[in-house]
Design a protein around this ligand. Structure first.
Ligand SMILES: [Zn+2]
Ligand SMILES: [Zn+2]
Length: 192
């Protein structure tokens, strides 16, 4: 296992950046747990990524024990925005891409501002409540509930013989306060 971890940190670009081994990338903020740097292909006037130094594959690898981590990632993102002169903290967008829509398979929080100035060309990548993008708040709610991130065709057919695990839960989401998080659960991966 030790070898696998080492190989990962040698090949994963975000591991390299997090460990100060990528000269091209300027780390804007760093603590023991997280680093923040500019997105290489910015979609808004301010576009940063916050990543854990430890290699975590994606938001689908997280469980309720990671709620604190997600919160701290968001806090660092907001602090960097303020450091960079962003004043309207309501016009920001924070969120994660969900596999298979991740460009780098190392958990990263996208921090964009102003969200009203996200470029038209790239807007589709950052639309909340799609299977591609989950907002930081939505992910926290999901982790709190320990809900499965995606209900695939397979899980409907195989995991629960009576299907009674899946459908009442969807009902719960559509009636509950976390209705905004509904779509990621509903969409299957067959579309793309
Ligand atoms: Zn990595
Ligand atoms: Zn991404």
């Amino acid at each position: 296992m030790g070898n696998m971890v080492r190989n990962k940190s040698e090949t994963c670009i975000f591991c390299l950046i997090a460990n100060d081994q990528d000269k091209e990338t300027e780390v804007i903020k760093k603590n023991k747990e997280l680093v923040c740097f500019r997105d290489i292909d910015p979609a808004a006037p301010h576009h940063y990524l916050v990543v854990p130094i430890q290699h975590i594959h994606s938001c689908l690898s997280l469980h309720s024990g990671h709620i604190g981590l997600v919160k701290r990632m968001a806090e660092m993102g907001k602090t960097v925005l303020q450091d960079q002169g962003v004043t309207d903290m309501k016009d920001i967008r924070l969120g994660f891409h969900q596999p298979p829509f991740t460009s780098v398979d190392h958990l990263h929080l996208h921090v964009l501002a102003p969200s009203s100035q996200i470029s038209k060309r790239m807007q589709y990548k950052f639309i909340p409540r799609t299977s591609r993008f989950v907002t930081e708040e939505c992910l926290q709610k999901r982790l709190k509930d320990n809900a499965p991130p995606v209900i695939s065709e397979e899980s409907l057919n195989q995991n629960e013989p009576h299907g009674c695990f899946v459908f009442p839960m969807l009902e719960h989401y559509s009636n509950g306060s976390i209705i905004n998080c509904q779509e990621p659960y509903l969409e299957t991966e067959t579309g793309q």
